[in-house]
Design a protein around this ligand. Sequence first.
Ligand code: NA7
Length: 576
Amino acid sequence: MSTVNSANQPSGHSSARETEVIIIGAGVCGIYMLHKMLTQGREALVLEAGDDLGGTWYWNRYPGARFDSESYTYGYSFNREILEEWNWQEHFSAQPQTLEYLNFVADKLQVRPHMRFGARVTAARFNEQTNRWHVQLSNPDGSEGDEYICRFLCTAIGMLSAATYPRIPGAEDFKGESFHTYYWPKEPVSLAGRKVAVIGTGATGVQVISEIADKVGSLTVFQRRPNWCAPLHNSPISADEMQDIKARYDEIFAQCRATPNGFLHGPNRKPFDETTEAERLAYWNELYDSPGFGIWLSNYREVLMYPEANKIFSDFIADKIRARVNDPQVAEKLIPKDHGFGTRRVPLETRYYEAYNLPTTQLVDLTETPIERIDATGIQTSAEHYDFDLIIYATGFDAITGAFDRITFTGVGGQKLSDKWHDGPSTYLGAQVHGFPNLFTLAGPQSASVSTNFPPAIEAAVEWTADFIEWVSQHGYERVEASQAAEDEWVEHVKSFYAGSMLAETKSWFTGYNSNVDGHNILRHMVYFGGAHTYRQKLREIAEQGYEGFDFEGASVSRAAISRHAKSWRNGRTQW
Ligand code: NA7
């Protein structure tokens, strides 16, 4: 099969088409993987459910959607021309410009003709006789669509792409408009003068509430658990500053590589106990007044390690909230009591707390008055009925594994991936799964992508996987599969970072909890908490050892010969 363009694809079932590599998803990860595969001279195709590319940045069009990491650390670093030609407009780019950026990149790399849009993958089955994956699409009407056959199947399906709705009786009876933030319509949504509800106060809810509070007729926020938020301090990037950023890109990316989370912000290594209260307060006020994740990631390390230090800092932030919210009772409701600062994802905000000072904004604490049902006109809590024109669900995602569960992956012996991962994911390096040969879970569960700045992490994952595919092909292997022993060892390694970690002990999407998904009320080891640097080092070591931990079939080269060859082969390969 040669290149496939969405414009010339017949709809409906037809005989299967074969290509060497299929990548599911046209987001940040899928775009780069496709580029790598094409530059290796492979036949490769992206299958994307959306009508266009962009992944997260295609779907999340809700008002206020933007980066919490500095724009110039979110872009790809691998292509000098892209870095030179693209101008970020804001320090923390909003969704429309980010989507524009991804389109610019795709056009620059000329990958778009190798993407098929409106192509929802529903199932993928490994054929053990042919060592090929059979990938099944569904048509928009739900009927069975085309089938593709490929040698390597790569998932680039996003870690926050399976939106979840609260299970509230009567939601379907509501006669006004309602959307999940992830599915915010492309057409303008009128807000002026309307009675609007937002359910959910995670990073998304905080962005949307801040943005629309002064644009709607009235806003009612339904909060179950508040989060610790801190100011984003976004600002425009002038032409001169952009020139300066371009001149410093090498330094900026090196700085990101040197921090545990891949962001610009690394921890303050001065021991907490050796600081005076005045010194701490001065530093914390400086962080609070500075842009980005510094407040979370450049803090004293002890703040995220020890409950005592965490409590002192949480109290500092609680006072900031009290100072910004006029009504003391509302302020108290906005201060988390069940977890400390930074142990869940910290939403960065722009005038979030001030939104509650508007006479048109009301906060409903669901721990006091839970929602009982939704009806034709609005929301009924245990205390009263609220009428609405628009209900916004900012209720999050079946994070990290949800997108996998929506596709029926069938591996060796008919095993289903969703069964194997029933109690949580189990992978080798977050890159492969025993029993599912030739399937690469790019930036998947138990990789560092989930816990660190996403684009640098996916660049590492994509480059490693692309090198691996090249290596497998050069050796003439037909089949590559993580061994059970290697997978078991990796899972234990992943678990080892959970012990004693305050983040790992807190219920959040990082740790696999979601009240809207059956069975997701247990700790799942979803995330590699060992840091970006350690993770990259592990990947490098495995490659240098001749891809230790993987089993290969299809060529008669001994394992020892592979190991001998591997080191020399890697010299001169991509350095990351
Ligand atoms: P999150 O962070 O999972 O937040 C979801 C919010 O929705 C959170 O406040 C939940 O409360 C709330 N929620 C979920 N279900 C319900 C029900 N049934 N009733 C009331 N409230 C509910 O998702 P986001 O989209 O905000 O952010 C996800 C990531 O996207 C973010 O971290 C960024 O990296 C990008 P809870 O806290 O569970 O009590």
